[in-house]
Ligand binder design. Structure first.
Ligand SMILES: [Zn+2]
Length: 134
């Protein structure tokens, strides 16, 4: 299972590209993740070695099919969590994003499936954003 940092990189690249299609420059990624360009370069080289993305110096990064699938799974966990916190636990829309940023990295597929079932398999999160299918 990818680390929290890897999951956050995958999610950022997915959201900065056209849902995982197309290249993202390391500079843009560094600004989004609030880290130095050197940190991004080190990390994306490691992620390329693991097969999550394709990295070409100066042209940037593009997710592989595997990386795209993992990014979608993180976003699915994030958005189902937000739905759960609002619809089941009664939290306010504006309160749930920061909570979901943490919980998205620790929920097992089993727990997520139970949350999804209890929610009635929602297609959108409380902010109206589509939830990627399983
Ligand atoms: Zn959110």
């Amino acid at each position: 299972m990818p680390s929290l940092t890897v999951e956050n990189y995958l999610k950022a690249i997915y959201q900065l590209s056209d849902e995982g299609v197309g290249r993202v420059s390391p500079g843009v990624l560094a600004r989004e993740l609030r880290v130095t360009p050197g940190t991004v370069t080190t990390m994306v080289k490691q992620m390329a070695a693991k097969g999550y993305l394709d990295y070409i110096s100066r042209r940037g990064v593009e997710l592989t099919d595997e990386g795209r699938g993992l990014a979608r799974s993180v976003l699915r966990r994030h958005r189902i969590t937000e739905s759960f916190l609002v619809d089941i636990l009664g939290m306010k829309d504006h309160e749930v994003h920061e909570e979901a940023e943490v919980l998205e990295h620790v929920l097992s597929e089993r727990v997520l499936d139970c949350m999804d079932r209890l929610l009635g398999h929602p297609t959108h999160d409380p902010h109206g954003t589509p939830i990627p299918p399983a």
